[in-house]
Design a protein around this ligand. Structure first.
Ligand code: HGA
Length: 607
């Protein structure tokens, strides 16, 4: 969250900074701002809300200057107002920040006691004051930053300009990503390689505790002990093209429709259909030695972990624990030897998941990561990278990353099963046969789009919606509820269907739609019994099942959504589609901002 761009340029930078922010808007859209140095003075524009507000302000009052820093904010400290928007200027210092300064309160008290006054409620402004206080004493800019960094607790990526050294941007990172871009007679800083893609493909990733002085001619990197260090310059490969929506109304809709293709691409890199085997990338450890699995992720990715638990336990007979990353470290988990730790993240930068990964590594756990951004911090730190090939996901509500993560999780479960000698070659061939069917089954699911759209206005009237599922369809129920909440703002909950009668059934009346996810199969009858218990109390049921399931239990529902008949293993990947489409169309019916829902950001880089 929060995106940072900095350019030390040969020519005017404001337009290019704005372009960089467009690529980072997925990180937050509470406010945005740019500050340049022009004629030895700061010049700044900031605007509350979406980036288009800043763009409009820049048209009214353009910014000159060939050096500048820019920021898009997801507020953690202080309301999303213009006063709290970055960059923050204090005297000769201007700063942008991604992260949280956890000890900002004592630092702020100290600075106030020192007679300093604050213009914002942000934690960030204390950093500007601390550096400014050094600069006012005559300390050179770089030293001022180096003196202040050890005083900051928490997580930060910073970009700082100081008027006493007006040709330099100083960057620093600890717990939040920051990259340096190398150009021709100019250099850059950015939260990620994507932000810098139109400027350069030559990127160095700063390491934890690094700080850097970026000028036109050189980039000088120092470690946390202020020793000069080299960080490898790599080719980023990130596309400079801004991704557009094509013929779709929203990115989310486009991404839902891309799923058959990107899931096929992802599966294509893991399965060999002709040989009937599922393969993982080369690894330096023996999967056969794994005795237990710990999966850690956040939000939608955590539901992939829950579905993975069903699969890995069923096929590989290995015990699996699943945690949401924000709880994992703090419950002091028991990590026994021969645990495989798995993290799942679209961005590979999710702060809680990254911290959990580091916790596992420091406990001696071998780690694998199911990650969509191959240059991300997590992708670089896991022992085994299991990439998803979803392509950039722009809609804040995850869709195609989720189904690609499921595809990789299925491949991993099969590999664990084979390594543990729990799967015969014939069984593996059978699974591959089912996995090959996934893209076509997803396309068949997409064919129900109009039907789902037609039922959306009725659901959009609801104040509460419940989702039910059993087995791997229980995490799908959780995912359905999360998707609906995040984009339509309707209160929704997912339950294991058998749990209904232990409490949530009290919520049932004819104003609460109940979405039941129940492919026919071994768990079907039990789920349907729970559904009927709710129907007996007036529940308005939408049943998502296949023809067989609908024939058996569709009576008395307000609507049914018919999925193709698929093997239970692949059902969650296919059933994701109606769940996503329902949330999407309800949100459109309610007129919410589907791609950038309120209060959310795509990549959650603060704890
Ligand atoms: N704490 C700062 C930066 C927030 C951030 O990085 N969010 O992801 C603020 O609230 O402005």
């Amino acid at each position: 969250m929060c995106g940072i761009v900095g350019i030390v340029g040969k020519e005017a930078v404001a337009d290019r900074l704005l372009d960089g922010l467009k690529r980072l808007e997925y990180r937050g859209y509470d406010s945005a701002g740019i500050c340049t140095i022009d004629h030895a003075a700061f010049d700044r524009r900031r605007a509350q809300g979406k980036l288009r507000n800043l763009a409009a302000r820049l048209i009214e009052a353009p910014l000159a200057g060939d050096i500048g820093i820019a920021h898009t904010r997801w507020a953690t400290h202080g309301a999303p107002t213009e006063d709290n928007a970055h960059p923050h200027i204090v005297g000769d210092v201007v700063i942008v920040h991604n992260g949280i300064i956890e000890n900002f309160k004592p630092l702020r008290d100290e600075l106030i006691a020192d007679g300093r006054t604050f213009a914002s409620q942000t934690d960030t402004e204390v950093v500007a004051h601390l550096i400014a206080r050094e600069v006012e004493k005559g300390v050179p800019a770089r030293e001022a930053v180096a003196v202040v960094l050890p005083r900051l607790h928490g997580a930060f990526a910073l970009a700082v300009m100081v008027l006493t050294e007006p040709d330099v941007i100083i960057g620093a990172r600890l717990g939040a990503p920051l990259t340096v871009g190398y150009g021709d007679g100019e250099n850059y800083l950015g939260s990620d390689a994507l932000a810098l893609a139109p400027l350069t493909q030559r990127i160095a990733y700063l390491e934890e505790g690094d700080w850097v002085a970026v000028s036109r001619e050189r980039v000088e990197i120092y470690d946390r002990d202020n020793n000069p260090v080299e960080r490898p310059i790599v080719h980023s490969g990130a596309s400079g093209q801004l991704i557009d929506k094509g013929n779709h109304r929203h990115f989310m809709q486009k991404e839902i429709y891309e799923q058959p293709v990107v899931v096929a691409q992802t599966l294509g890199s893991y399965i060999r259909p002709l040989e009937g085997v599922v393969a993982l990338p080369d690894m330096e450890f023996d999967l056969g030695s794994v005795e237990r699995v710990a999966i850690v992720a956040c939000g939608t990715a955590s539901y992939v972990g829950m579905i993975g638990k069903y699969w890995i336990e069923q096929f590989a007979r290995l015990p699996v624990e699943v945690d949401v990353a924000s709880e994992f470290r703090y419950r002091d988990p028991v990590l026994l030897p021969n645990t495989l730790g798995i993290v799942i993240s679209q961005s590979g930068e999710t702060a809680d998941t990254l911290a959990a990964l580091r916790h596992m590594k420091s406990s001696g756990v071998t780690t694998a990561g199911i990650i969509n951004v191959p240059t991300s911090s997590m992708a670089r730190e896991v022992d085994l990278l299991l990439p998803t090939h979803a392509g950039p996901e722009i809609g804040v509500a995850s869709t195609k990353a989720f189904t690609c993560q499921l595809a990789v999780m299925a491949a991993l479960a099969v590999n664990l099963a084979r390594a543990k000698e729990r799967l015969s070659a014939d069984e593996e061939r059978e699974i591959v046969r089912h996995l090959v069917e996934v893209p076509a089954a997803m396309s068949a699911a997409l064919a129900h789009d109009e039907e789902i759209e037609a039922m959306a206005p009725a659901i959009a009237q609801a104040r509460d919606v419940l989702y039910l599922g059993r087995g791997p369809d229980y995490p799908m129920a959780l995912e359905g509820a999360l998707k609906l909440k995040e984009i339509s703002y309707i209160h929704a909950e997912g339950y294991a269907s058998g749990e209904m009668k232990h409490g949530p059934i009290a919520l049932i009346d004819d104003a609460v739609p109940l979405i039941v996810i129940a492919p026919s199969g071994p768990l079907f009858d039990k789920t349907v019994s729970n559904m009927q218990e709710a129907q007996a109390r007036g529940a308005q049921v939408v049943l998502i099942s296949d023809a067989e399931g609908i024939a058996q239990a569709g009576e008395g529902t307000i609507a049914t959504i018919e999925m193709p008949k698929v093997h239970p293993l692949i059902a969650p990947i296919v059933y994701a589609i109606p769940v996503q489409l329902l949330a999407y169309h309800v949100a459109v019916a309610k007129g919410t901002d589907v791609d950038q829902p309120r209060n959310l950001a795509k990549s959650v880089t603060v704890e």
